[in-house]
Design a binder for this molecule. Sequence first.
Ligand SMILES: C[S@@+](CC[C@H](N)C(=O)[O-])C[C@H]1O[C@@H](n2cnc3c(N)ncnc32)[C@H](O)[C@@H]1O
Length: 226
Amino acid sequence: MSIFVTGDGSHSIESAEYGVPYHSRYGARTESEHVFIEAGLKYWLEHTVDQNSPSILEYGIGTGLNALLSHHFAQSSDLRLSYTGIEKYPIDNWTQLNYLQGDLAGNQKFFNDFHNTTWQDDDQVFIELHDHLHFCKINGDFREVNIQRRYDVIFFDAFAPNAQEELWEESVLQQCYDRLHPLGVWVSYCAKGEVRRRLQRCGFQVERIPGPPGKREMLRATKQND
Ligand SMILES: C[S@@+](CC[C@H](N)C(=O)[O-])C[C@H]1O[C@@H](n2cnc3c(N)ncnc32)[C@H](O)[C@@H]1O
């Protein structure tokens, strides 16, 4: 897996398995902030009553950038965050990534702990890091891992449908729906019409909203009822 610099100066990596980058070439950090933190986590916080303890389920931990940005935001906003991430192919070159600079420079301990902690089989064992963060890393396939909890926000960060169509099937999106609390929010950088229609068939209310640099639109889906 080779590391490269994206348009905003932050690193990304190229998947050896699928030959695609983990992030937008226009900017890895910019994309993560826009899609997952702004349109996902912050959106959920603005539309919920229980504002202090969001729970996030990430599909595709990859470099850990989304987890790092979520942690950073939670810390600066005084939130208690519970974060579960699923990953089938853990990376081993994360120490070479350039994310711990500027405003993220103080997050070295989090990033080390996050990458070094043991992988689990399900979402029952959480690592408590400081008072405000619990996290759980699950090693396995999105479609097979045992998820027992429900979550407020899903970061759906699989490789694009043209690289891994099977991860965007309706059955996988239905699992996402079932794993969310009512009013839970699913976000992805993807804007594909067929994915939008599948989400609607699962019961989601789906919005097309402006995407990060280089993408006109992205999808956000909200669960209405149980
Ligand atoms: C777009 S990248 C995720 C980027 C990541 N969120 C980050 O911040 O670096 C997609 C991720 O999904 C993982 N993946 C691919 N197929 C998977 C599967 N079937 N089950 C679980 N993870 C998978 C890849 O290894 C990769 O880490």
